[in-house]
Write a protein that binds this ligand. Structure first.
Ligand SMILES: [Ca+2]
Length: 280
């Protein structure tokens, strides 16, 4: 083999290697961009919180039991209306009672505040089941992610874009909405964002919300919702904050009938179940 032929062979090998590497790089990039845009599943590797209630004791779930299971709870508001029960589909679940004539978190359902490490993006998913006979009445709250814990709820608005809350609500007839407090909501209370899903009693629903904060001075926030894996909301080009603040910092478990007037109350005790909370 003369020197020039050997040089040609080496050159050819280098070219083949370079082309192979380029192909490899472009395949990797395609795969990543597909998984990034496909769904909330793409962030499942960075799970920051998970709760399936399998390690809890059956029976009444009071503040002490909750703190044993979830050590970093900030506060609870249970009033002996939370229990751990066995569910035929889900194993152990958290059950909440909404007593007859009860309205608001002091008389109906209950709440807890679970801080999470502040971040610009999170996905929260959990399962909810309304037991047979559930009365929707005018509506009620369901858990969601917030910035500022429980601050921006109950008619308190983040006028400087310093926080927000993105719980869900059921409305009359079980219509599901996102119930949003954010800097550009000029209504006296939260703003309903329709999900075009109607809850029915006796069925488990998996609710998944992905929130990406807007850049500090842009209108590029993202709020996406999936119900049982099907995307039902893709809200973009809005603001959740103004400036370098408003980070996602709380899993706000909040559920009750209301509103704050008696006409939001059920006529009998009604029950819901919750399970499989995941933040990632
Ligand atoms: Ca469970």
């Amino acid at each position: 083999m003369n020197a020039s032929f050997r040089f040609s062979l080496i050159s050819l090998a280098c070219v083949i290697f370079a082309v192979a590497c380029t192909n490899q790089t472009s395949q990797t990039a395609t795969t990543e961009s597909k998984s990034a845009s496909s769904s909330a599943q793409s962030r499942s590797t960075s799970l920051v919180y998970e709760q399936n209630f399998e390690q809890a004791s059956l029976g009444l779930f009071k503040d002490a039991q909750a703190r044993a299971l979830i050590p970093n709870l900030k506060w609870t508001q249970f009033y002996e209306r939370f229990s751990i029960v066995d569910d035929p589909q889900q194993g152990q679940v958290l059950q909440t009672v909404y007593p007859a004539k009860g309205v608001g978190p002091s008389q109906s359902g209950g709440q807890f505040n679970l801080p999470i490490a502040p971040a610009q993006e999170y996905t929260l998913s959990y399962k909810v089941f309304f037991e047979e006979g559930f009365e929707w009445v005018l509506g009620g709250k369901l858990p969601g992610l917030t910035s500022g814990g429980e601050t921006y709820t109950g008619g308190v608005h983040p006028t400087e874009g310093q926080g927000w809350s993105a719980r869900y609500m059921w409305r009359a007839d079980g219509d599901a909405v996102i119930y949003l407090y954010s800097v550009d909501n000029k209504k006296p209370w939260g703003e309903d964002i329709a999900l075009n899903v109607r809850f029915e009693a006796g069925k488990w629903y998996e609710l998944t919300q992905r929130i990406v904060l807007n850049d500090p001075y842009d209108n590029n926030a993202i709020l996406q919702v999936w119900v049982n894996g099907e995307q039902v909301l893709d809200k973009r080009d809005f603001r959740l904050r103004i400036g370098d603040q408003g980070y996602i910092d709380t899993l706000y478990f909040s559920t009750f009938h209301g509103g704050n007037k008696p006409n939001w109350a059920p006529t009998e005790d009604v029950y819901a179940r919750f399970d499989d909370f995941r933040v990632f």
